[in-house]
Design a protein. Structure first.
Length: 128
């Protein structure tokens, strides 16, 4: 059975996507940026702070799906400037040092807004 998880932002309806989708034991969390509930960018100019906020936001979506960070098997990290990789890696390790999901980190030319330095998506298997 499919379960769509929404964070309630206007962007989900506008673009036709879900914050996360759970099918069976699999949970797929959409690309997530450091945007708070009021639409404001968190951690402007600070890739570490953005990464911490993003993973906490992802964790909330996972909980709605009956999963946790412990269930994450893959992360994909998109950076607008690869020179931030160490700060982002340290923040990632804050949550995943013991879980150790497969990970991909890529530099891309741009994200949806100029203040975003990082976007992360994850895949999880419940009770993995």
């Amino acid at each position: 059975m499919r379960q769509n998880i929404s964070s309630g932002t206007k962007w989900e309806q506008l673009a036709g996507y879900s914050r996360a989708v759970k099918i069976g034991q699999m949970v797929f969390v959409s690309g997530t940026t450091a945007t708070d509930d009021n639409g404001q960018v968190v951690g402007v100019g600070d890739a570490y702070a953005q990464t911490i906020f993003i993973i906490q936001k992802i964790e909330r979506a996972l909980k709605q799906a009956g999963a946790s960070l412990d269930d994450v098997v893959r992360t994909r990290v998109y950076l607008t400037d690869v020179s931030h990789w160490e700060a982002v890696a340290r923040a990632h390790a804050t949550f995943f040092a013991d879980i150790r999901p497969a990970n991909t980190m890529l530099e891309i030319s741009r994200l949806i807004g100029d203040e975003y330095l990082v976007e992360i998506e994850v895949d999880a298997v419940v009770n993995s």
